[in-house]
Design a protein around this ligand. Structure first.
Ligand SMILES: [Zn+2]
Length: 366
């Protein structure tokens, strides 16, 4: 299921075995909320050696509806993806006001942004939907309040998250699917501890850490990780949800995180940001008008092998979709390489040096 194959201080290299293959960790998962990593086909992701992606159960339940995906033979078949597939529960959608009608002990009453209809999502329903999707890793429904709620609100919230996790575990019958719980508690140490401890007692296949990178400072986020991660069992994978900037990935790995996802690297690509080993840059700047070098010198991604900065800049300036595709390919390739190198340095016990050098060039903000 999960094995740690190397450690360098708190950083880990591991292998997550799922029904659709093995994922080397640390791993960054591109986000396919609606069943597609925006602008790319599944084959293209496979060609880039992306080993895992994450979709969203609640969003797919609304459209096209799980009956369609069931008829297709599951989400893997529906989207032609034959590697590891995570599905998020819908908890994250609670951060968007327009999605939530109300939250009770029973579950979340969601509002469809498509047609304003209401949908009750209980923890049991959430597991059931993900069973139909046949994803490899099922995330339990969690209560994920927006940043800034007070201690009392957050205390009630983690009690609910714990209770929902318990109900999810009972409802989880499809044993080929791994079931991950999600630690919540905002920026309150005693609540994070309480949440982690009670979820660990229930013995899940892995643990997500949710409710971070939603408005708190970066320093606060790392502080939370620093005291939360040691409470999670060493032999289980740890998944920091919604974090994906290169500097944050390395810092979180140094604290013991194994898996990440974030929509930012692909969203940034569609907004002109190109990731490189020297920091990111905006391709639409005038200085690239006549620059016939690749997006990054030395990069062996498809975009850099075939196209120039001048061409990609032109595409982005005139809003041609190919430009978005090429930068998305490059950015995901960059993160794949970053994870591969990180893993290598953990296995060779030189991760701290690698991170230090990387931060010197990139800064934590990148
Ligand atoms: Zn490239």
């Amino acid at each position: 299921m999960f094995e740690v194959v190397g450690e360098d201080e708190n950083a880990r290299a591991g292998k997550l075995h799922t029904a659709h293959g093995t994922v080397d960790t640390p791993c960054f998962m591109p986000v396919a909320t609606k069943g597609s990593v925006k602008t790319l086909s599944s084959d293209e992701l496979g060609d880039m050696d992306i080993e895992a992606i994450i979709s969203n159960a609640f969003v797919l339940y609304l459209k096209p509806g799980i009956d369609v995906i069931e008829k297709a033979g599951g989400l893997h078949r529906f989207m032609n993806w034959d590697r590891t597939l995570f599905t998020d529960s819908g908890g994250f959608q609670m951060l968007k006001k327009e999605f939530v009608f109300n939250v009770s002990e029973k579950g979340v009453m969601f509002r469809s942004p498509f047609d304003d209809t209401r949908h009750m999502f209980t923890p049991e329903k959430c597991v059931e939907v993900q069973e139909v999707l046949e994803s490899d890793v099922v995330m339990v429904l969690d209560d994920c309040p927006p940043y800034g709620k007070d201690h009392k609100h957050m205390r009630d919230s983690i009690m609910r998250t714990t209770n929902w996790a318990k109900r999810s575990k009972v409802a989880h019958k499809h044993k080929k699917q791994l079931l991950f719980a999600i630690v919540q508690g905002g920026v309150f140490r005693n609540l994070r501890e309480k949440s982690a401890t009670s979820l660990v007692e229930m013995d899940f296949d892995g643990y997500g850490i949710g409710g971070l990178s939603i408005g708190e400072t970066r320093k606060k986020m790392f502080e939370v990780l620093e005291y939360t991660l040691p409470l999670l069992p060493e032999e289980k994978p740890r998944y920091l949800m919604g974090v994906g900037s290169p500097g944050e990935l390395l810092e979180s790995i140094s604290l013991g995180v194994d898996i990440f996802d974030s929509a930012f690297p692909t969203r940034n690509a569609r907004h002109n940001a190109v990731y490189t080993w020297n920091g990111s840059y905006n391709i639409t700047r005038g200085k690239y008008t006549n620059d016939f070098s690749p997006l990054e010198e030395g990069c062996n991604c498809y975009a850099c092998q075939k196209y120039t900065r001048a061409y990609v800049r032109h595409l982005m300036v005139v809003y041609e979709m190919l430009g978005m595709r090429l930068i998305t390919i490059h950015n995901l390739h960059f993160l794949r390489e970053l994870m591969r190198k990180t893993r290598e340095t953990v296995l060779e016990n030189r991760f701290s040096k690698f991170k230090k050098e990387f931060n010197k060039i990139m800064g934590l903000c990148q």
